[in-house]
Write a protein that binds this ligand. Structure first.
Ligand code: NDP
Ligand code: 2IT
Length: 444
């Protein structure tokens, strides 16, 4: 049996109840086959694949908090510190009722390769809780965040592990958590990113994931002799990534005609009104029905359905496994040319393969959504030097990083005879740097 197959078997056996983690590892290891085969003896002797698929540590803890009725509630908190070969653990905190250890592990595992691709010194980690922020008052959110950070503060630090936002965790939650960390530790340090601008946050971090996704997509289109101008774009999600992806796509001259949330989706043939979407989602924290009610050109549909709309470019920006094989078939049938993932693992493995086999330019989240964490690393740099850079300076660095990521993954795919396979290119380019660092640092 090949080394890759051996380790895949082992990972499946050891993590049998974690389907998302197995999915993420299967995708990565399968695409690393040519690199592993070229270095099989060295990697096997050093147990590189066993080590990279086993987190340094996984922390699970109770999060008790009191709701507005005086009732004590209990959630489960997680932090998976996966790999710090190239820098302190770095990755977001997801607050969503679906969160479990397997989901946090898949996200932490992907973060290793994504963070490596940014070219900045950050390792891979992820955390969160099965807490559901929906419908909670600001006081309840604060009570949860304070309790969560009371325990998490024991394991993180500006040079140890630097969490940030993800689904359900935005500026409000980061603020409450930062305040509690400061109380627990008595130090004002860059222990979280995505902070408010008045206490160490970076300009352009809010926009960075969505903007970065479009900078990479634009470069991909350019390298195929195309531009964003006049293209029809379908976006899923209506959160941080989706909103700023939509905004940047429109600034580039494309028309974004959909968005979605956990209950339904919008088709707006005149183009999504970003100011209205921001008002509904960022300010009112309301359902998309409110968007439809305020916008005569928009249709609201219950359930899921954005992938059935005709488009040139599809940008999944909501959550994992939201673009399935039938959606991939529909996209291809409708003439979609390009799919770039704003979310983490939104496309299933069979859907990814179908898109690739049918000539769709497909860039996975590890490359396409790396702009968020890259800008987090820029926030860490600013915190370290106790300075703040202008929006233009951060945005220019972000653009540069995303263009470089595209060329690095394209080159890595070509080096291994897989031109156009950006999934393999991203995994290989991300892996090479981490492996070099692991080998240099010995058995640890
Ligand atoms: P938000 O919480 O801001 O938004 C998430 C959006 O997706 C919401 O519109 C939400 O609907 C929808 N959604 C969430 N879960 C589901 C579900 N199970 N089914 C259908 N819709 C769902 O999160 P982000 O925009 O920050 O994150 C979106 C994706 O991007 C995630 O995969 C995240 O890991 C990834 N990502 C985020 C980065 C960041 O910097 N924030 C960086 C890189 C990747 P509703 O409004 O109803 O809650
Ligand atoms: O998935 C991701 O890359 C994020 N949620 C952002 C992580 C970060 O540390 O900014």
């Amino acid at each position: 049996m090949s080394y890759v197959d051996e380790v895949l078997e082992l990972v499946k056996k050891k993590n049998a109840s974690e389907p998302e983690f197995i999915q993420a590892v299967t995708e990565v290891l399968n695409s690393l086959r040519p690199v592993v085969e070229a270095n099989e003896e060295l990697y096997r002797k050093n147990a590189i694949l066993e080590r990279i698929t086993e987190p340094d540590r996984q922390i699970m803890f109770r999060v008790p908090w009191v709701d507005d009725k005086g009732q004590v509630q209990v959630n489960r908190g997680f932090r998976v510190q996966f790999n710090n070969a190239i820098g302190p653990y770095k990755g977001g905190l997801r607050l969503h009722p679906s969160v479990n250890l397997g989901i946090i592990k898949f996200l932490g595992f992907e973060q290793i390769f994504k963070n490596s691709l940014t070219s900045l010194p950050i390792g891979g980690g992820k955390g969160g809780s099965d807490f559901d922020p929906k419908g909670k008052s600001d006081r309840e959110i604060m009570a949860f965040c304070q309790s969560f950070m009371t325990e998490l503060s024991k394991y993180i630090g500006a040079d140890v592990d630097v969490p940030a936002g993800d689904i359900g965790t935005g500026a409000r939650e980061i603020g409450f958590m930062f305040g509690q960390y400061k109380r627990m530790k008595g130090t004002f340090e860059g222990v979280l990113t995505g902070k408010g601008l008045t206490y160490g946050g970076s300009l352009a971090r809010t926009e960075a994931t969505g903007y970065g996704l479009l900078y990479l997509t634009q470069e991909l289109m350019k390298c195929h002799g195309e531009s964003m101008e006049g293209k029809t774009v379908v976006v899923s999600g209506a959160g941080n990534v989706a909103i700023y992806a939509t905004q940047k796509a429109q600034q580039m001259g494309a028309k974004v005609v959909t968005c979605s949330d956990s209950t339904g989706w919008i088709y707006d043939p005149e183009g999504i009104d970003v100011a209205l979407l921001k008002e509904v989602k960022e300010v009112k924290r309301a359902r998309l029905t409110e968007y439809a009610a305020a916008r005569p050109s928009a249709e609201y549909h219950e359930g899921r359905g954005v992938w059935q709309i005709q488009c040139d470019i599809a940008l999944p920006c909501a959550t994992q496994n939201e673009l399935l094989i039938d959606d991939a078939k529909q996209l291809v049938a409708n003439g979609c040319k390009c799919v770039c993932e704003g979310a983490n693992m939104p496309t299933t493995i069979d859907a990814t393969e179908y898109l690739q086999q049918n000539g769709v330019w497909f860039v996975g989240g590890k490359a396409a959504n790396a702009g968020g964490v890259a800008t987090s690393a820029l926030e860490m740099s600013q915190n370290s030097e106790r300075l703040s850079w202008s929006f233009e300076e951060v945005d220019a660095k972000l653009q540069n990083i995303m263009v470089n990521i595209y060329h690095n993954i394209d080159d890595a795919a070509k080096r291994y005879g897989m031109e156009g396979n950006y999934v393999a290119g991203a995994n290989i380019a991300g892996f090479e740097k981490v492996v070099n660092a692991m080998l240099a640092q010995g058995v640890c």
